[in-house]
Design a protein around this ligand. Sequence first.
Ligand SMILES: [Zn+2]
Ligand SMILES: [Zn+2]
Ligand SMILES: [Zn+2]
Ligand SMILES: [Zn+2]
Length: 196
Amino acid sequence: MKFSPIISVILILSASLNAMAPKEREQVRQSWIARAELLQNSALQQPEVEPSEHVPFQQNCHICHLEKDVRDFRTLECGHDFCCECLMNIIYTAICNESTAQLQCPNEQCANPISNQDIRIITNNDGCILDAIDCIRNKEWIRKHTKPCPKCGVNIEKNGGCDYIDCANCKHGFCFNCYGSHHVSGCTQPTVNPLS
Ligand SMILES: [Zn+2]
Ligand SMILES: [Zn+2]
Ligand SMILES: [Zn+2]
Ligand SMILES: [Zn+2]
């Protein structure tokens, strides 16, 4: 156990007090209490730490508006920092909604995407969360870049500029843009997206 200097002095003096007569002991004790109080007051007026050591230990989170320990904050790649709990909420919401659309810096002027590196820092390298987010990102990529073949349903990724493609699975030829099968290039029909 570590005592402050004032308490330590009182403890040492208390030990020698026991050897005195009760009346004398009480007088000495009172004078020491007065002395200790004096010391205590001057200690309060003069902080022991130097001004340079006055680091703010509490910080306000701009999401939950709570004052929290600075160690409970994480800084995103964009430089904005929020409390861990709020950032975890964003990640959990993304996993629950199976969408990374809201996985971005909560600062509305910023809205920088929360990267996998950010997620590693926020979750202390939680592999399960990282896998879940990766899985969602993959699904989103597939949804964005591939379409199922209108005949056999196999997902087809479009590569190159030509809209007209042949299904690698069933060889069915179709237009990647409108799903029609009667033109070779320069599709002017509305885009058909069966997965969204
Ligand atoms: Zn917060
Ligand atoms: Zn930001
Ligand atoms: Zn096919
Ligand atoms: Zn077309």
